[in-house]
Design a binder for this molecule. Structure first.
Ligand SMILES: NC(=O)c1ccc[n+]([C@@H]2O[C@H](COP(=O)([O-])OP(=O)(O)OC[C@H]3O[C@@H](n4cnc5c(N)ncnc54)[C@H](OP(=O)(O)O)[C@@H]3O)[C@@H](O)[C@H]2O)c1
Length: 247
């Protein structure tokens, strides 16, 4: 059990990949603190993650807000006494032609995908540096960010998730001798509430293997990274072959 007795903070833990990861981590013996903006969704997710409530806590609010980031890390420490793993999972995706993006969309994607990484990671790193150990996992993106797809123009995903990949490697080097590992999972298109069911046939074709990914595919990568003590600065592609080339 890679997560036995560990404490993990998962941003965007009320839906999709984040919720599925929280369920698996608690199954593996972890305590988790999840975050999302909608409190009702978060409370429902917390019940699903651990009906007893003993191994889950939540903090509602926008992860781009430094005060929410602060509260999230404080909750992990006050409720469970430590912080081992941060999963930066909250993120939004808006696909459209470059000139169609509004200034408000630009602001909101940068806010969630970048400020939402920055503030909470800074606070988590403070705690991990004092402890001399920790693991930060960033959920980036594969195809749309690194192997752009003509049919899905999405430069804001490339800008933010590509930046997150670069930041993963940068922090991995900064912290390599401090006991803190920093890795990323770069998903292809995963079946989550982010994608309406009627788009699934189209989205499946965006992968060389011919199918969309499942939450379980991403969870397996998270579990692998947590267990792999010699792995840091890795961008683990879980994308049905998207990043391998053209098809
Ligand atoms: N699904 C895919 O195909 C795919 C592919 C590549 C990468 N990813 C990445 O994987 C991550 C999870 O995606 P998903 O598909 O699981 O998405 P999802 O089902 O839409 O869940 C997103 C989660 O993030 C939370 N969230 C969004 N904005 C937030 C904010 N400002 N502050 C705090 N929480 C916020 C949402 O809750 P609230 O809305 O209540 O805040 C929700 O819990 C994202 O970073 C996404 O970019 C997904």
């Amino acid at each position: 059990m890679n997560f036995q007795d560990k404490v993990a903070v998962i941003t965007g833990g009320s839906s999709g990949i984040g919720k599925a990861a929280a369920i698996e981590l608690v199954k593996q013996g972890a305590n988790v603190v999840i975050n999302g903006r909608r409190e009702n969704l978060l409370a429902e997710a917390a019940k699903e993650i651990d009906p007893t409530g003993a191994h889950v806590a939540y903090v509602a609010g926008d992860i781009a807000d430094p005060q929410i980031a602060e509260r999230l890390i404080a909750e992990a420490l006050s409720r469970f006494g430590r912080l081992d793993t941060l999963i930066n999972n909250a993120g939004i995706f808006i696909a459209k032609s470059f000139t169609d993006y509004s200034a408000a969309e630009f602001d909101s994607v940068l806010s969630v995908n970048l400020a939402g990484f920055f503030h909470v990671t800074q606070r988590a790193a403070d705690v991990m540096l004092k402890a001399g150990s920790g693991h930060i996992i960033n959920i980036t993106a594969s195809g749309v960010a690194e192997q752009p797809i003509k049919a899905v123009p999405s430069v804001l995903a490339a800008l933010t998730k590509g930046g997150l990949s670069a930041a993963t490697r940068s922090l991995a080097i900064e912290y390599a001798d401090k006991g803190i590992r920093v890795n990323a999972v770069a998903p292809g298109v995963i079946k989550t509430p982010m994608h309406p069911v009627e788009t699934h046939d189209f989205l499946a074709k965006l992968h060389p293997v011919g199918r969309m990914g499942e939450n379980q595919d991403i969870i397996e990568a998270i579990v692998y990274l947590e267990a792999s003590k010699f792995v840091t600065g890795e961008i683990l592609h879980v994308d049905g072959g998207q990043s391998a080339g053209q098809w």
